[in-house]
Design a protein around this ligand. Structure first.
Ligand code: GTP
Ligand code: MG
Length: 249
């Protein structure tokens, strides 16, 4: 068994709550309402994973399965510039962009297949100077939610999601990679998906994602992240801010 790696989030409290950062060989789920900051956290980790270990990264590259077309290269540039200022070093954002492999998923079946493509790419890069150490699925559930409508399809959807999550866990194990998935909770009750405070996918996701984080808006650019579920860490809360430079204390 390989040594578990940790990717820092750029927020000290958040890292402390996570026992050092987002772990490899695990799935971390971050859920919250629209605009709560899930995609921002994902972008920040796509930058941070590339940093050296002493800078809070794993010296690796990242694959993003983008289901909502929300990946923004210009946002990566801002975050890299922010990180360069913070660390007092020079960083080339174009190098960072090269190590972010984005695949758009057009529907849920395609999304599941893209995990196989991710595995192929990770194998190709295994002995390179930037092995894949992070896989992001943003959003994990949007396609499933749009495609599986009506009570009769619930079991089907859960079975598919379950299969998908097993593929992701396998990716995490075989590549000693962290897997980050986002999941939206609705601000208004939904006739089919039920309780608005519960993440879509509910039960099954709850048992598969190793770490579960709930993010919500606070005052101004502040966000509160709560660790809901973890195999070995106490529940806790952390306050972060989303700024031009990215995630900060
Ligand atoms: P959904 O995908 O809709 O569920 O939302 P999300 O949780 O992914 O939200 P996202 O991470 O996209 O957060 C959007 C919020 O992040 C915005 O309302 C802004 O507050 C902040 N944000 C996004 N881009 C920037 C930026 O370039 N600069 C700054 N300062 N804040 C930004
Ligand atoms: Mg988003």
């Amino acid at each position: 068994r390989q040594h578990i790696g940790k990717i820092k989030t750029s927020c000290t409290e958040f890292d402390e709550m996570m026992g050092g950062g987002i772990e490899s060989q695990s799935i971390t789920e971050i859920y919250g309402e629209f605009g709560s900051g899930k995609t921002q956290v994902a972008h920040q980790l796509a930058v941070n994973v590339q940093l050296d270990q002493e800078q809070g990264g794993l010296g690796g590259s990242v694959i993003i399965i983008d289901t909502e077309n929300t990946f923004r290269p210009d946002r990566i540039q801002q975050m890299v510039e922010g990180k360069a200022n913070e660390l007092g070093i020079e960083l080339d954002y174009e190098e960072f962009l090269k190590n972010i492999h984005v695949a758009r998923a057009f529907n849920s079946n395609h999304q599941i297949l893209l995990v196989d493509s991710a595995m192929d790419l990770a194998n190709e890069l295994k002995d390179s100077d930037k092995p894949v150490r992070l896989l992001i699925v943003d959003s994990l559930t949007a396609h499933f939610r749009a495609e599986y409508i009506g009570r009769g399809t619930l079991a089907d959807r859960q079975q598919k999601l379950n299969k998908h999550l097993h593929g992701l866990q396998r990716f995490a194990n075989l590549n000693n990679a962290a897997v980050l998935v986002t999941n939206q909770v609705m601000s208004k009750p939904d006739a089919f998906f039920g309780d608005p405070t519960k993440p879509i996918g509910g039960h099954i996701l709850g048992h598969t994602a190793t770490f579960r984080l709930y993010i919500r808006k606070s005052k101004g650019d502040k966000r509160i992240v709560k660790l809901i579920d973890s195999p070995n860490l106490p529940e806790g809360e952390a306050v972060l801010a989303v700024t031009r430079d990215g995630i900060v204390d």
